[in-house]
Design a protein around this ligand. Structure first.
Ligand SMILES: Nc1ncnc2c1ncn2[C@@H]1O[C@H](COP(=O)(O)OP(=O)(O)OP(=O)(O)O)[C@@H](O)[C@H]1O
Ligand SMILES: [Mg+2]
Length: 257
């Protein structure tokens, strides 16, 4: 059974059809990429899947359950966690605190716990702190744990966002252009992190413009253009697909792989 099923999903904004009758499945522990020119509807698709807003029509199923139109905190609680196209960190908090906040959905926490600090609360606090350190190590930020997040170079802020998303222990992780604005070296570090997350058993959907990254790590690719799915297949199939080549050559971008 698919972990995620997107079935005939449409999203209209007034007269604009941002997603039109899109369907695809994502299997357990798959690494799927979603590509397409600017404005193709990729982020809209993530917004629909993650409950940021409901689709106009169609169904989203996660782990066999209908999650269509459920609010994002509920969807996240079920194990479906996303990152955003633009960096969204708590800039005044430290790097480690930003990751600790990510574990919110898997802890009991609460104001009562914080006020009265029972044993379970202190144990939980300690495990949250240790978990955050491990995740920072995992993405290579262990040396910067106590810096304010906004003191990190941009490329490292993107890694921090990935670490924060992992703190929520996702079964399905949605990454919206995590390599945007990264240099070659930073992109390689990110590719390595994504590959290790995937090997650890997490299912991933990756929106990305960097074609060499997509072709290197994706197992399957869904291509959107003007709100429609125009192709789906392996990296080799997508690279040779006439509609994909036309979509990219007709726009401002060229598939460089
Ligand atoms: N909240 C919104 N209200 C109105 N229109 C929107 C909204 N969100 C997206 N759109 C429009 O829907 C279309 C698809 O946008 P979307 O952000 O999904 O594209 P994208 O594929 O993620 O593009 P990019 O590669 O530039 O990030 C665009 O025309 C966009 O202007
Ligand atoms: Mg986008």
């Amino acid at each position: 059974m698919a972990l995620l099923s997107v079935d005939n999903v449409t999203k209209r904004f007034g007269g604009l059809v941002a997603n039109q009758s899109i369907s695809f499945d994502v299997g357990d522990n798959e690494l799927l990429a979603v590509i397409g020119p600017n404005g193709a509807g990729k982020t809209t698709l993530f917004n629909l899947i993650s409950g940021f807003f409901p689709p106009t029509s169609g169904t989203v199923r996660f782990d066999g359950r209908d999650i269509t139109g459920q609010p994002s905190h509920k969807v996240a609680a079920a194990g479906l966690v996303r990152t955003y196209q633009l960096v969204q960190l708590f800039s005044q908090l430290t790097v480690a605190e930003n990751v600790e906040i990510g574990s919110h959905r898997v802890t009991r926490g609460g104001v009562g716990g914080a006020l009265f600090r029972p044993d379970w609360f202190r144990r939980e606090e300690r495990s949250v702190r240790e978990g955050a350190r491990e995740l920072l190590h995992f993405v290579g930020l262990e040396g910067q744990a106590d810096l304010p997040a906004d003191k990190l170079p941009y490329g490292r802020q993107r890694l921090l966002e990935v670490a924060r998303a992992l703190a929520a222990k996702p079964r399905l992780l949605l990454l919206d252009e995590p390599a945007a604005g990264l240099n070659t070296q930073e992109t390689e570090a990110l590719a390595d992190v994504i590959t290790r997350i995937h090997r650890g058993g997490t299912t991933i959907i990756l929106i990305e413009h960097d074609m060499s990254l997509v072709m290197k790590i994706a197992q399957r690719i869904v291509v959107l253009d003007f709100g429609k799915k125009i192709a789906e297949g392996t990296p080799a199939e997508i690279r040779a697909h006439p509609d994909v080549i036309a979509a990219y050559l007709g726009g401002t971008e060229v598939v460089d792989a």
